[in-house]
Design a protein around this ligand. Structure first.
Ligand code: NAD
Ligand code: TYD
Length: 359
């Protein structure tokens, strides 16, 4: 079995759902269920004995050590993090706590477990750390895309905390021999994405008749990857990645934010036209830019492609269409996220103090 952390969040939940759709190998899913962790995303696994959701913190060494000893996973895949740049600007404390201190504690719990494994299991064990292209900082218009040897130059509290966690993971390999792998991926989009991030926010606001807030001039560039392609890359790296190596993950899809918003608007015009027949792009408004806003990210994923034969399955055009359609098809998920109803459910579910959500 494998232990996944942060598996009730956007990418982690997609990973767990895809994993159990193609493997029979059970998953222990450790998630703190912060505002970003939504057990409703995992509802289809409610009666599935291969999945156990445990509410808890990666920084809780007693809990993590107990889970490792009890379940004896052959791998840990670490998604758990505070992930929203704007929140990190308003309140960096949680980012330091979870992304740095939490990762440190997790590494120590895993090291303690790994060291005690019998030789064959010790050799087969893997710790895969999921990270971001934002650790490399910002590119100028004509700079080449980030490779695995690009300088680490994080600019936001979020990216700095992720860079710190990447360094810890690297050091635990070099110092203690922990068998680690790190992936640094570009911006993801797809189903179950919390509507505080650009693409789901634009879809949800557009449908609600609200403003579509574009920061600054909207010409910042991000490199977009459909979430299921990120999940397939993680599976491939887990399966065949070389120990201690970093693999950049990206889809060669650099787009300016304004182009993304206009694409979302055009798809909604086609799939769910406004009642007044006006275009959704009329809702676009330019708002004050994010402080320290990185201008451009771009990922060079050739190492992963050439060494491990990974390729994304979706183009941006196919992925964004699927994403917009998914949000149109799942108004309840969106409504519950927006109203916070899923949080009431979590509170009720855990009111007894039980830590195991039982699915
Ligand atoms: P998310 O915010 O949607 O989910 C994070 C999950 O981690 C939530 O379920 C939350 O409850 C959980 N969590 C937070 N703190 C925790 C703690 N202390 N202990 C246990 N669980 C905790 O984030 P996401 O977008 O799914 O990102 C997952 C990972 O992928 C993060 O490490 C992020 O840095 C990385 N990443 C994200 C993107 C992206 O575009 N979203 C791109 C590249 C890398
Ligand atoms: P986001 O989804 O927060 O991801 P990240 O900051 O990690 O790249 O934002 C993607 C881009 O969209 C980023 O350049 C900021 C911009 N943005 C807006 O213009 N308006 C918004 O309302 C949001 C949430 C983001």
């Amino acid at each position: 079995m494998i232990l996944v952390t942060g598996g009730a969040g956007f990418i982690g939940a997609n990973f767990v759902l895809d994993w159990l759709a193609i493997h029979d190998e059970p998953v222990i899913n450790l998630d703190k269920l912060t505002y970003a962790g939504n057990p409703e995303t995992l509802q289809s696994l409610q009666a599935d004995t291969r999945h156990t959701l445990v509410q808890g913190d990666i920084g809780d060494t007693a809990l993590v050590s107990q889970l490792l000893t009890q379940h004896q996973p052959r791998a840990v895949v670490n998604f758990a993090a505070e992930s929203h740049v704007d929140r990190s600007i308003h309140g960096p404390g949680e980012f330091i706590q979870t992304n740095i201190v939490g990762t440190f504690n997790l590494l120590e719990s895993v090291r303690g477990y790994w060291q005690m494994l019998p030789a064959d299991q010790k050799e087969a064990f893997r710790f895969l750390h999921v990270s971001t292209d934002e650790v490399y900082g910002s590119l100028k218009k004509d700079d080449p895309a980030f490779t695995e040897t690009s300088h680490i130059e994080p600019n936001s509290p979020y990216s700095a905390s992720k860079a710190a966690s990447d360094h810890l993971v690297r050091a635990w390999h070099h110092t203690y021999g922990l068998p680690v792998l790190t992936t640094n991926c570009s911006n993801n989009y797809g189903p179950y994405h919390f509507p505080e991030k650009l693409i789901p926010l634009m879809i949800v606001n557009a449908l609600a008749g609200k403003a579509l807030p574009v920061y600054g001039d909207g010409q910042q560039i991000r490199d977009w990857l459909y979430v299921k392609d990120h999940c397939s890359a993680i599976r491939r790296v887990l399966e065949a990645g070389r120990l201690g190596e970093i693999y950049n993950v990206g889809g060669w899809n650099e787009k300016a934010n304004l182009d993304i918003v206009q694409t979302v608007c055009a798809l909604l015009d086609e799939l769910r036209p406004r009642l007044d027949a006006k275009p959704y792009r009329d809702q676009i408004t330019y708002v004050t830019d994010r402080p320290g806003h990185d201008r451009r990210y771009a990922i060079d994923a050739r190492k992963l492609e050439q060494e491990l034969g990974w390729k994304p399955a979706e183009t941006f055009e196919s992925g964004i269409r699927k994403t917009v359609q998914w949000y149109l098809d799942h108004p309840d998920w969106v409504a519950h996220v927006q109203s916070g109803a899923y949080r009431d459910w979590v509170q009720k579910q855990y009111a007894s103090g039980a830590s195991d959500a039982g699915h």
